[in-house]
Design a protein. Structure first.
Length: 175
């Protein structure tokens, strides 16, 4: 009987460590990114964090831009990248996915997101953020990163993505 209990205990320990060490697969979505260096840095971050990168056109640069490649270093070929012609096609293809929208106009804090594996984090373009109609339509799923100064409208897009992705990893891997 003790051998059976020991085997069961070992089985559950093995399952626990497999779950604990399971790779997460978040989805980073950039709507109409404008700055190639930000997108390159976010591409590198997506690879480092195990996330998928989704880019929605139009872009403010070409994907073969040298500044994009320089910011992403030699990692760019290894990034799991999906490109969409427009926001409508992105939302149609991913209509059943759980999404969190990030905006300085959100009413909830980013650490209140109910993080899940394979979740999509939607970020707007650098100059204006997410479209106002999308923020209104998705109000219950719009989150912000708090700003401690009224002199700043928002933080850099690459920094915002890093904050949210790594908070998600922390929340799921080290609750």
């Amino acid at each position: 009987m003790s051998v059976v209990l020991l085997n069961m205990a070992l089985f559950f320990i093995l399952i626990y460590y497999q779950i604990k060490n399971k790779a997460l697969a978040f989805n980073i979505v950039l709507m109409e990114p404008e700055i190639p260096m930000n997108t390159g840095n976010i591409g590198r971050l997506s690879l480092a964090s195990g996330a998928n990168l989704h880019l929605i056109k139009p872009f403010g640069f070409e994907l073969d831009n040298s500044r994009l490649k320089r910011a992403g270093l030699d990692y760019w070929p290894h990034i799991n990248l999906t490109v969409y012609d427009n926001a409508a096609s992105f939302f149609e293809i991913n209509e059943n996915a759980k999404m969190a929208f990030l905006s300085s106009h959100g009413k909830q804090e980013y650490y209140e997101i109910d993080f899940e594996d394979e979740m999509f984090f939607i970020f707007g373009k650098e100059s204006v953020g997410l479209p106002k109609d999308l923020i209104a339509e998705q109000e219950a799923s719009v989150y912000k990163i708090p700003l401690m100064s009224d002199k700043v409208r928002s933080i850099n897009l690459a920094n915002a993505v890093a904050i949210v992705v790594y908070e998600g990893i922390r929340a799921l891997k080290f609750p």
